[in-house]
Design a protein around this ligand. Structure first.
Ligand SMILES: CC(C)(COP(=O)(O)OP(=O)(O)OC[C@H]1O[C@@H](n2cnc3c(N)ncnc32)[C@H](O)[C@@H]1OP(=O)(O)O)[C@@H](O)C(=O)NCCC(=O)NCCS
Length: 119
């Protein structure tokens, strides 16, 4: 398993979040990307989608992957919309997962011409 994390910059020298991946398994061809914008004032400005798009492109470009997976709370509409726009789609929901009643979003994709995943 290989895990990596990078910081996302806002204004010069300002860290507003991070993008990472974990559970990279080149033999199974899967990895789990993740992105978090920690500063609320920067939510909804496209930074999360931009970072995830770059990360997805990097993962498909650097490794022989056939699939990326990620989970989020189903009520996190901002995350769901950002992930869906990048080609992730729901495969199932876990019930009674954690404190919230349901949680799960999973994506799969193949690299497209622009390096993003497609459904
Ligand atoms: C989830 C997260 C990574 C998304 O990144 P972001 O930069 O805020 O999102 P983007 O601006 O790239 O895209 C947000 C999408 O949600 C939509 N959106 C924005 N505010 C919204 C709201 N209040 N409710 C529903 N949708 C909303 C936007 O219109 C956009 O969708 P569109 O491209 O179809 O128009 C970021 O908000 C974040 O880190 N949030 C806090 C932590 C978190 O929730 N992490 C998810 C862990 S899985």
């Amino acid at each position: 398993m290989i895990n990596r994390t990078v910081s996302l910059g806002g204004a010069v020298g300002q860290v507003i979040g991070m993008a990472d991946y974990r559970d990279l398994d080149p033999y199974a061809g899967v990895a789990t990307p993740g992105v978090t914008i920690g500063e609320r004032e920067f939510w909804g400005r496209g930074h999360g989608s931009d970072a995830l798009r770059l990360l997805v492109g990097h993962l498909f470009g650097a490794y022989s992957l056939s699939r990326l997976e990620l989970d989020t709370w189903s009520g996190n509409e901002r995350a769901v919309r950002a992930f869906t726009r990048l080609g992730f789609h729901e495969e199932g929901r876990r019930r009674s997962a954690g404190k919230r009643d349901n949680a799960a979003r999973r994506g799969a994709g193949q690299p497209g011409p622009g390096g993003t995943s497609q459904r």
